[in-house]
Design a protein around this ligand. Structure first.
Ligand SMILES: *Cc1c(COP(=O)(O)O)cnc(C)c1O
Length: 826
């Protein structure tokens, strides 16, 4: 559903410069995600950190000709022939306005979903409930922000029969804009929780802000049993139909008569509108799934689904997996596994993710895809689009699984290497399966095709213990710390010690994609590994070994210099190679008394020596706080800062070029933002740990294992070596495959700490062994094969570090290499 550039200009009320003809089908806000340049309209958004106008040049070179801007680039006519610049006051507002005008074209039901949790699950389930009967356009993944919502609404097209969109807010005043774009006819409030509460004066204020979405809707779905929601709804003076649900009030529009939980299913019996009785079962038993199913059911019934259809489709509900996982596979393959519902929009997002991760070995990019259902397009058109997308995103090999793909093989005329199979089974038994090697493979399949089996066969056999690393949380933490910094302050991300245990290569890829200024590792070899894996960012080496100078020159790794001995050796090595102007980072010791030049005694001589050579050049000068994480050391920190400030200014004044000054680490960024100078060094905070408050910002790493075996141990018996685990009442003991050789500290044993089994605390019993530990699961509903959380999303790592009387750094960095790291993006 394309728009001419004239039409777009009118719709957003822009002033147009340039008169090239153009037809717009795609909106772009992130230059890295460009796919179809000719039909793309780029919005140069401005944020505190970044300015989209910077990317116009690059995008023009890559074929984009249409731009929405706040300022015209200089000499645009000469530099960018045959292009259009639409000048507006605010580019974000223009994007929102265009989506709003696009929405106006449709006179169809549109569901707007908001709430603190469960928005994405409800959206996906509603899609699953509706899509067998109608064409649904919905937000891809959780695109629910001020930028995500307009991009989602833009996806509505001629085929769309119903729209389902999420609206997420973090600040007062944001909902109004989202409402104007979505213009929902039906509203759903999933629930209210404490997310983003810091920005709102009260829960009631946040609730009211959320209800703004529902102003002009015909009906609103909400839970009447939640007192706060109920109160806000009555104060809100809502005129539409109130589709409230309740387990108590039989007058509610959706009265839940009975909720019955069995082993793996839950049955909900209801009365809808006081007359229609029905029931359905879902293949889940957790509380969140049950309430999410209820609101989805109400919206589906309201949209005309029959009780029979509802029951039939509810029974087949699929879990909503939001994760894009990166795993090491067999035969040198890397697997990107996306089990999120298979549709063309989420395919595009997954392909974008894949194409943005550098691959050093230049391995072939392969897509294994299953049939896509309910796209609203003819197969021919759909798979032709998939083919286009693959070519644009650099796919060199295509494997299609399913009869529809097989029948449409002809659409894939742009990809040379391709094969098609009726089923996963047929593929697994084919020579093509055996031939997969040295490829980066994106697996994207509808669950019904059994892609889990395929993934299982392709991944390297892993130890049952894994460290799951949430790359999305890394980015959230990055942005959280950036919020304390001026937009112009640069940032070094510390990824020493294998990124505090999380795995340096994948973390570096994510950070590079988010344009951090520097990455820092401990030794040269770590830097080499990054370079070999396609990392091109600036890299700093914090503990350069004298034996590795040549490596540093070869791989552009910038050493820290902390002593005259190191300085002399480095200068000599650089001269030998004929190198001049190699950037280094000067470390001053202001109180740690570890490494560094003395800021008072050494500084003059240091300046003198630096000035009398041209092999190296100081790129930055820094020092490190010894106690920025505690107020107790504020006086000392002030002293450190004064020493650093003096000496570093002196160094700067001796040189004409800019020398970056930096001293703040994670705790410093938060505690002393006034000392951020030119650059900050973010370490532990990136991994989600706020060391000042011993609290987790956004959890990054979760260490998980599974129950190997369970047994009853009678009172009086013991568990483990040296009979340390005395059992004082009949107990159930489970063995888990993780021991001190994996980094599970032996001092956690003998009930000094616990792990979580199905959300419940299970203490370590007896001594922890090398590869196995035993836990007390008495009274916990669990079985062999169940997952166990050692620390992570639900059990903060600080619980372990506190129990061990150490710091979280130590717990994270001692997880051994044999524990597989699994990366995902939510
Ligand atoms: C490790 C390190 C940091 C990061 O410290 P965090 O407390 O993890 O933020 C900063 N600077 C230097 C010199 C470091 O060695």
């Amino acid at each position: 559903m394309n728009y001419t550039i004239e039409k777009v200009t009118t719709l957003i009320g822009a002033r147009r410069f340039g008169n090239a003809e153009a037809s717009i089908g795609f909106l772009l806000t992130d230059s890295r995600s460009l796919c179809f340049p000719e039909e793309t309209l780029f919005f140069a958004l401005k944020s505190e950190r970044n300015d989209g106008h910077k990317y116009i040049d690059d995008l023009y070179r890559r074929g984009v000709r249409n731009f929405v801007v706040e300022q015209l680039p200089e000499k645009w006519e000469e530099r960018y022939p045959n292009s259009n610049f639409l000048k507006v006051v605010g580019t974000l507002e223009a994007l929102q306005r265009l989506a709003e005008r696009h929405r106006d074209e449709f006179d169809i039901p549109v569901v707007g979903i908001t709430g603190s949790n469960g928005k994405t699950m409800v959206k996906e389930w509603l899609y699953q409930l509706l899509s067998p009967s109608m064409v649904v356009t919905r937000s891809p993944r959780s695109y629910n922000s001020q930028v995500g919502v307009p991009l989602s609404v833009w996806l509505m097209n001629e085929q769309t029969q119903v729209g389902v969109f999420e609206a997420g807010i973090s600040q007062p005043g944001e909902m109004q804009a989202l409402r104007d774009i979505i213009q929902p006819t039906i509203g759903i409030l999933t629930n209210l929780g404490s997310a983003h509460q810091e920005n709102f004066p009260s829960m009631a204020a946040k609730c009211k802000e959320k209800l703004t979405l529902f102003h002009d809707t015909q009906a609103v779905v909400y839970c009447q049993d939640d007192e706060l929601v109920n109160r806000c709804m009555s104060e809100f003076a809502y005129h539409g139909e109130q589709l409230a649900w309740s387990v108590k009030n039989n007058k509610a529009a959706f009265f839940v008569k009975l909720i019955e939980k069995k082993d793996v299913t839950t049955t909900v019996t209801y009365v809808y509108n006081g007359k229609t009785e029905g029931s359905y079962s879902i293949p889940f038993i957790d509380e969140a799934s049950v309430t999410n199913s209820i609101v989805s059911a109400i919206a589906a019934l309201y949209l005309g689904i029959t009780t029979e259809q509802l029951a039939e489709r509810m029974a087949k509900l699929e879990p909503v997996a939001m994760r894009l996982e990166v795993k090491e596979g067999q035969h040198g393959c890397t697997l990107i596994n996306d089990s999120y519902n298979s549709d063309i929009n989420s395919l595009d997002i997954a392909l974008d993710f894949m194409s943005r991760r550098p691959d050093h070995k230049g391995r072939k990019r392969t897509l294994i895809l299953s049939d896509i259902y309910q796209s609203g397009l003819t197969d021919e058109k759909l798979y032709h689009e998939v083919d286009d997308l693959c070519v644009q995103r650099g796919i060199k090999k295509f494997i299609g699984i399913g009869e529809h793909l097989q029948n449409n093989a002809a659409q894939f005329d742009n990809i040379d290497e391709k094969s098609f199979f009726k089923s996963v089974d047929e593929f697994i038994h084919s020579p093509e399966f055996g031939a997969l090697s040295n490829e980066v493979i994106l697996l994207k399949g509808a669950r019904t095709f059994g892609f889990d089996r395929l993934t299982e066969l392709l991944v390297q056999k892993v130890h049952e213990t894994v460290l799951e690393v949430n790359l999305g949380a890394v980015v959230k933490n990055l942005n959280w710390y950036r919020s304390f910094m001026k937009p112009t302050t640069k940032l070094v991300c510390m990824i020493k010690a294998d990124a505090y245990g999380a795995g340096a290569v994948e973390i570096a890829k994510t950070l590079q994609d988010h344009r951090v200024d520097y990455l820092a590792v401990a030794v040269a070899d770590e830097g080499v590994t990054l370079r070999r894996n396609g990392i091109t960012s600036n890299i700093m080496i914090m503990n350069p070994e004298m034996s590795a100078f040549k490596t540093m020159f070869d791989y552009d790794l910038e050493p820290e210099v902390y002593s005259f001995r190191l300085l002399d050796a480095l200068v000599a090595a650089a001269r030998k190679e004929g190198i001049t102007g190699f950037p280094v980072h000067i470390k001053l010791d202001t109180g740690m008394h570890r490494l560094g030049f003395d800021p008072e005694k050494d500084i003059d001589e240091l300046i003198d020596r630096l000035k009398h050579q041209n092999a190296i050049i100081p790129r930055s000068v820094f020092s490190h706080f010894v106690g920025s994480d505690s107020d107790d050391f504020d006086d000392f920190s002030a002293k450190q800062f004064a020493l650093f400030d003096n000496a570093s200014k002196k160094l700067q004044s001796a040189f004409k070029h800019k020398i970056l000054r930096h001293i703040d680490n994670s705790a410093g960024i938060e505690h002393f933002p006034e000392r951020q100078l030119d650059m900050c060094r973010l370490g532990l905070g990136l991994y989600g740990i706020d060391s000042r408050n011993n609290h987790i910002i956004n959890n990054v790493s979760t260490l998980r294992t599974t129950i190997l075996q369970m047994r009853n141990v009678p009172k009086g018996d013991t568990v483990g070596y040296s009979r340390k685990g005395k059992i004082d009442h009949d107990s159930v003991i489970a063995a888990i495959p993780i021991g001190y050789a994996d980094g599970l500290n032996r001092h956690l044993g003998n009930r000094h700490c616990y792990c979580l089994v199905n959300g419940q605390k299970a203490e370590y019993v007896g001594n922890i062994c090398m590869d196995v530990a035993m836990i007390d699961v008495t009274g916990i509903d669990c079985k062999e094969g169940d997952s166990v959380e050692i620390f992570g999303d639900d059990l903060p790592v600080t619980v372990l570090s506190d129990a061990l009387d150490t710091i979280p750094y130590e717990v994270l960095t001692t997880i051994s290499n044999r524990v597989k790291r699994v990366y995902f993006q939510d």
